[in-house]
Ligand binder design. Structure first.
Ligand code: SF4
Ligand code: SF4
Length: 211
């Protein structure tokens, strides 16, 4: 005969197993427990035509959008958000920059949105800037990270570490594009940056045993 206390213990164990089983997915999604991983810059080819500049990518980004950037002679960064069709992005003669970014010593000091609602507060021709970049060897190209139009990763980080020094920072790379840089030691692995990133520039990193 099984004793009453043994039956109770078995029922308790079964119930505990069921609770763990059904809450496991929720807990894992809330705390993925993985560090973020920054994907390498996109390779691309550029072709200049009379009426447009075409950028050919190996593949589209998850969001189907990308930023084309170009620097002027004074070192100012200008960017335009563009759709990707058939792995190609086109900048036409009459396309104007959506925003500009002031950069000092490779640090972002200010962001100005040049297109506000349906009008431009200042018209800066992207086609002309790209032409200038080609002839004067100024930095220009493709940026998979949608900053400053998107700030989801740093917003997510701030919601977890409101008073902290953020483990994700937007930085200017050698080729002039702006990308997130991750400082592993400070990150509590909440997962918001890689869950929220619309372009998969930040991905869920692998744990050592998943490699
Ligand atoms: S949002 Fe910030 S704290 Fe959360 S995983 Fe990303 S870097 Fe770490
Ligand atoms: S969430 Fe992704 S696309 Fe948005 S700023 Fe961060 S890295 Fe860039």
């Amino acid at each position: 005969m099984i004793q009453k206390s043994t039956v109770k213990l078995i029922i308790l164990l079964v119930m505990a197993t069921l609770v763990v089983f059904f809450t496991r997915k929720v807990i894992i999604e809330k705390f993925p427990g993985n560090y973020p991983m920054i994907t390498p810059s996109l390779e691309f080819k550029t072709a200049f035509y009379k009426d447009r500049v075409e950028f050919t990518l190996p593949k589209a980004t998850k969001s189907g959008r990308i930023i084309i950037y170009a620097y002027n002679i004074e070192g100012g960064y200008f960017g335009i958000l563009k759709p990707i069709y058939n792995n190609t992005v086109k900048v036409y003669r009459n396309d104007f920059a959506d925003f500009s970014i002031n950069i000092e010593w490779n640090k972002i000091t200010d962001v100005i949105f040049l297109k506000q609602m349906d009008r431009y507060i200042k018209r800066v021709n992207m086609f002309d800037l790209l032409e200038l970049g080609r002839s004067k060897h100024l930095r220009h190209g493709v940026q998979a990270c949608l900053y400053p139009i998107c700030t989801k990763c740093t917003d997510g980080c701030k919601s977890v570490l409101p008073n902290g020094d953020l483990p994700i920072k937007m930085m200017v790379m050698k080729n002039g594009q702006i990308m997130p840089v991750f400082f592993r030691g400070k990150c509590p692995r909440c997962g918001k940056c890689f869950i929220w990133c619309p372009s998969e520039v930040i991905k869920k990193g692998k744990k050592p045993w998943e490699m």
